[in-house]
Design a protein around this ligand. Structure first.
Ligand SMILES: NC(=O)C1=CN([C@@H]2O[C@H](COP(=O)(O)OP(=O)(O)OC[C@H]3O[C@@H](n4cnc5c(N)ncnc54)[C@H](O)[C@@H]3O)[C@@H](O)[C@H]2O)[C@@H](O)CC1
Ligand SMILES: Nc1ncnc2c1ncn2[C@@H]1O[C@H](COP(=O)(O)OP(=O)(O)OP(=O)(O)O)[C@@H](O)[C@H]1O
Length: 303
């Protein structure tokens, strides 16, 4: 079946590389398979950071931390005892946030963050802290809204880089904010920032065009709220694993690691969607996809 438009990476190569990044689980210590943080949640949205964090954990990170608002924290704790939830998502706790960021492998910014000025400014500070710590980050949802309000904040972000995951509308907002014809918009921030534009086709753009691809097929027609959050959390875990795998024989390529992690997360989310849709039909919701993580993971990544 022809369901990927190829750069130099064929869909077979992407599938093989995404299997290669999955770490062994034997003889490891807690933390070796990843410490992922999700910054998001607000008065309105407690589900989005939960979906993201739970997905990162179920995909295989050992420890997943949520940094969220005081209002969302107790709600998320009640959803799951498996997540570590801090109620520090406010300016007054900046130093506590920085301490938590230091121990993370990947930081996922944005699910359910909301669009209050205070939270948006806080995200700019978080990005600056991540830059100085050279933390890989994934930015989704309202994190992308924040980025559109200060589009230069990611310029020349250092390795191991950033992955942005806009839906069509969020991509349009970023393009409007960039407002330049000088370069393809997705290369605006420099070589270490890659972009997944989600939709009927998922398209991966890196600064190395040879690692770009587009994926369609699978999934279902059901567009339940929260699917993007599931993708962003899973991507946090896959990105960490891809960075730690030696995918290139000659040195490490950030862009290849990003491309493979994005492929793993996009394909995984579509496969969870397919399985959940088969069982629930048009009544499917994002929580049904969380129940299909094991089956989807086995289908895609077991050797
Ligand atoms: N259970 C929850 O707590 C959820 C919270 N969410 C959060 O809600 C916040 C806002 O996200 P939204 O996606 O609503 O914000 P957007 O500003 O991206 O979308 C606003 C509205 O635009 C429309 N839209 C979205 N994508 C479109 C597209 N490609 N083409 C045309 N129209 C489109 C939708 O009707 C949407 O309600 C985010 O922080 C997000 O994480 C969502 O993740 C859904 C689940
Ligand atoms: N028309 C479509 N057909 C098939 N799959 C789709 C379609 N639109 C989105 N998807 C898939 O759904 C997943 C999430 O994308 P979506 O556009 O729903 O994100 P989002 O709007 O950020 O989600 P959220 O509701 O969590 O904010 C991706 O894996 C994407 O490939």
């Amino acid at each position: 079946d022809k369901c990927i438009r190829e750069g130099i990476l064929s869909k077979e190569t992407l599938a093989a590389l995404s299997k290669k990044i999955i770490p062994d689980i034997n003889k490891k210590s807690k933390g070796d398979a990843g410490r992922i943080g999700v910054l998001g949640g607000s008065d309105e949205y407690s589900g989005a950071p939960y979906f993201g964090a739970y997905s990162a954990l179920r995909v295989g990170a050992d420890l997943v931390y949520i940094i969220t608002s005081e209002t969302a924290a107790p709600i998320i704790k009640a959803y799951s005892p498996d997540l570590i939830v801090y109620s520090y998502l406010s300016k007054k706790h900046s130093s506590k946030i920085s301490e938590i960021l230091k121990k993370l492998d990947v930081v996922v910014i944005g699910p359910g963050l909301g669009r209050e000025d205070e939270q948006i400014k806080l995200i700019f500070d978080v990005i600056e802290t991540c830059r100085s710590l050279k933390k890989p980050i994934v930015i989704d949802a309202d994190g992308l809204y924040a980025l559109s309000k200060n589009i230069t904040v990611l310029l020349n972000y250092p390795k191991p880089g950033v992955i942005l995951t806009p839906n069509g509308r969020e991509a349009a907002r970023l393009i409007e904010a960039i407002n330049s014809n000088a370069t393809p918009w997705y290369n605006y921030w420099g070589g270490n920032v890659s972009v997944l534009v989600k939709g009927y086709e998922d398209t991966c753009y890196t600064s190395e065009t040879k690692f770009n691809w587009s994926l369609f097929g699978g999934g279902s027609d059901r567009r339940a709220a929260g699917q993007g959050d599931i993708l962003a959390g899973a991507l946090g875990t896959f990105y960490n694993w891809a960075l730690k795998s030696n995918l290139c024989e000659n040195g490490n390529s950030t862009q290849l690691a990003q491309s493979v992690a994005i492929y793993a997360a996009a394909k995984f989310t579509r496969t969870c969607n397919t399985f959940a849709y088969v069982e629930n039909g048009r009544n499917m919701i994002a929580s049904d996809m969380l129940n299909k993580i094991h089956t989807a993971f086995d289908e895609l990544f077991s050797s």
